[in-house]
Design a protein. Structure first.
Length: 94
């Protein structure tokens, strides 16, 4: 699932929820990359109930530059809802 600021990859996990965050060198120097990772980590912490027992990887896009926590959290919540619909068991779908 992708958005303007983030790309989210999820798959079911038997080991419980895990999060991976990537920000390439193209994104910026280490200060910018680490700030983006901190924003995503905090947004994930706040939106944790929306995620199932999944392994998730979040790729940070250039749209995250200059974005605040509220914008990143909104995007992550939207992507989590999309992932939930795609990963829902077939019998649970309407």
């Amino acid at each position: 699932m992708s958005g303007d600021r983030l790309v989210l990859f999820c798959r079911p996990s038997e080991r419980g929820p895990r999060l991976g965050i990537t920000a390439t060198k193209k994104y910026g120097d280490s200060v910018r990359r680490n700030r983006a990772r901190r924003l995503v980590r905090e947004a994930y912490r706040r939106a944790r109930p929306l995620f199932g027992p999944w392994d998730c990887v979040v790729n940070v896009r250039f749209g995250t530059r200059g974005a605040g926590l509220a914008e990143v959290e909104t995007e992550l919540r939207r992507l989590a809802a999309k992932a939930r619909r795609r990963l829902a068991p077939a019998e649970a779908r309407p």
